[in-house]
Design a protein around this ligand. Structure first.
Ligand code: AMP
Length: 560
């Protein structure tokens, strides 16, 4: 250890812990009258938000919640969720943002594993909750959330209804200081195998993540996305990595915030128009649904800046959105990373390129944000050069990465093998410092000794005018190991088969952009592609479906 100079603080010097309460208190500084909006049901200003957070803290404390307890929330995106994201950690407890789109068995597993003691349940989920309540091992009390008039529900050990309890509680609470390394939030990530894993973030990590996101999105000129005049509406659920941490950023900066409840693409467009939303974030499939919404047809979305993450952003979606007036910016991250790691960035040299070259960089995962270190390694853990060619696993360091999985030391150690966080993604780094995600390690298609990126193939297939949506997976093949298989949804009035797709891909092979082994010899045309609980392509399910169709010689299939 270096013998550095460390000076003990002066007597009485305040030791400032990085706590989530500081983010809330900053929110009123810029524009006090900015609103928090919930659908067409409620709107209030920042001073009221602060008051309501204090009221909720009093309600929870009186109900018996203590520092260190885990308090779970089952709700759609709402002002209440925002209040919980502050009040629960601010009293030293941990908020468990339940993924309400998981199966009841998985929800039950996560609640028992997280050791939830209190649960806030939206009336929509009362049936679901009742079905699992008998198997919950740690929950002691429940609290009802409702949009409607019904203030009673058959919930076991019900403390009361949210609004009624808040109205009766004191609007003041003395939020104490405590260790900034205390866990503030937890939620579960589902892998391809095994049970969901609990990731968790401390106050210090969330404060630093908030500062990191605000810095990238507010200060880097090529991605100026967020300023105090923006109007924010999440379209990534609050249970998915706390809506990518943006509610904390929006609150710190005092932005107008619009919470849409359960996502309905038609209603999202209506809210966008009515509340003059300028900034959102989502996964590609949700954006596609918004673009397809009836309410949005013929609408110029000019002025709407959307961060796309969670999956690769392909060129077709980027261009289709641009034609509709939407400015898309790609970003990369994962549940374990808080989530923001990198954001598309074009330096002056790249900005001077052609429109086509600029698009190539706008859809890549981008440049690591401030304080983030990124590297690529080979299978033996050796670092690979940042030459845009060498492919390896992306590994990361940043002050806001989950330091393990809750109560799973072995899996945590694997995540952190060698002192770097392993993403499970294959990537390249180039001389501009840009990360290009080639694929998830487990989704790379190994065929005839070659490695084919399912993402690259999806990008090229999506450029066919008949293709509305595509997923590419590797399917076991006795001769080649695996063969690529494309699952397509076709635009109205179009038809496409394996032969037409081959014709479309051939020029890319001739130009050297694609291996000839990457041309699928079989495809399927379906009306819908299975999605995960957060709206990503569900490749696990897709593989199972394809094997079944092949066994039954399904009419969905088209073969060369
Ligand atoms: P999750 O933890 O469920 O949010 O999933 C994280 C994974 O999504 C990453 O490991 C990547 O495989 C994928 N992902 C996120 N952002 C991007 C991006 N910009 N490009 C490609 N893949 C991405």
């Amino acid at each position: 250890m270096l013998q550095t100079r460390v000076i003990p603080p002066a007597e009485g010097a305040y030791q400032y812990p990085l706590l989530i309460k500081r983010l809330l208190m900053s929110g009123t500084r810029y524009e006090k009258t900015r609103e928090i909006v919930y659908r067409d049901q409620l709107r209030y200003t920042y001073p009221t938000l602060i008051e309501r957070v204090a009221r909720l803290a009093n309600v929870l404390t009186e109900a018996g919640v203590k520092a260190g307890d885990t308090v779970a929330v089952m709700d759609w995106d709402s002002h209440r969720y925002l209040e919980c994201m502050f009040a629960i950690p601010m009293i030293g407890a941990v908020i468990h943002t339940i993924n309400v789109r998981l199966s009841p068995e998985q929800i039950l597993y996560t609640m028992n594993h997280a050791e939830d003691r209190f649960v806030l349940v939206n009336s929509e989920f009362v049936g679901l909750y009742q079905a699992i309540a008998g198997h919950l091992t740690t929950v002691e009390k429940t609290l009802l959330i409702t949009d409607g008039a019904e203030k009673n529900a058959e919930l076991p050990n019900l403390v009361g209804e949210y609004e009624t309890l808040l109205a009766a509680a004191s609007p003041r609470y003395d939020f104490q200081d405590f260790d900034e390394n205390s866990v503030a939030t937890t939620f579960y990530t589902t892998g391809t195998t095994g049970n969901p894993k609990g990731v968790y973030f401390t106050h210090r990590q969330l404060v630093l993540h908030t500062m990191g996101v605000a810095t990238i999105m507010g200060s880097v000129d090529s991605v100026r996305l967020l300023g105090t005049n923006d109007v924010y509406m999440p379209i990534t659920p609050m249970f998915h990595v706390h809506a990518w941490g943006l509610p904390y950023v929006a609150t710190m900066l005092g932005l107008k915030q619009v919470y849409p409840g359960r996502y309905d693409p038609e209603y999202l467009v209506e809210l966008w128009r009515k509340e003059k939303v300028t900034f959102s974030h989502c996964v590609p499939t949700i954006l596609q649904m918004v673009l397809n919404a009836k309410a949005g047809q013929g609408v110029d979305f000019k002025g709407w800046k959307i961060v796309i993450g969670g999956s690769a952003l392909n060129r077709s979606l980027y261009e289709a959105s641009k034609a509709r007036g939407i400015q898309l910016t790609a970003a990369y991250g994962m549940s374990e990373t808080g989530p923001l790691v990198s954001c598309a960035h074009l330096n002056e040299e790249l900005m001077a390129g052609t429109e086509d070259e600029r698009t190539t960089y706008r859809i890549k995962a981008g440049v690591p944000g401030p304080l983030v270190e990124a590297a690529i390694i080979d299978g033996d853990g050796n670092f690979l050069p940042a030459d845009g060619e060498s492919q390896g696993e992306l590994v990361l360091r940043a002050p806001w990465l989950s330091e393990g999985y809750f109560n799973e030391p072995q899996k945590g150690a694997e995540l952190w093998a060698g002192g770097w966080m392993h993403t499970g993604d294959v990537a390249t780094l180039d001389a501009f410092g840009v990360i290009d995600i080639r694929d998830r390690i487990k989704d790379v298609i190994k065929t005839g000794g070659e490695w084919i990126s399912s993402l690259a193939l999806e990008d090229l297939v999506s450029r066919h005018p008949a293709v509305r949506e595509v997923a590419v997976v590797g399917i076991a093949d006795p001769q080649w190991g695996e063969r690529p298989f494309a699952l397509l949804v076709v635009r109205d009035g179009h038809v496409i088969g394996a032969k037409e797709l081959k014709e479309h891909l051939k020029p890319f092979v001739e130009l050297g952009h694609l291996s000839k082994w990457a041309i699928p010899s079989q495809i399927a045309v379906v009306t819908e592609i299975p999605k995960t609980s957060v709206g990503k392509l569900d490749k696990k399910r897709i593989r199972v479906d394809i094997i079944e169709w092949q066994a039954n010689n399904s009419t969905f299939l088209s073969t060369l």
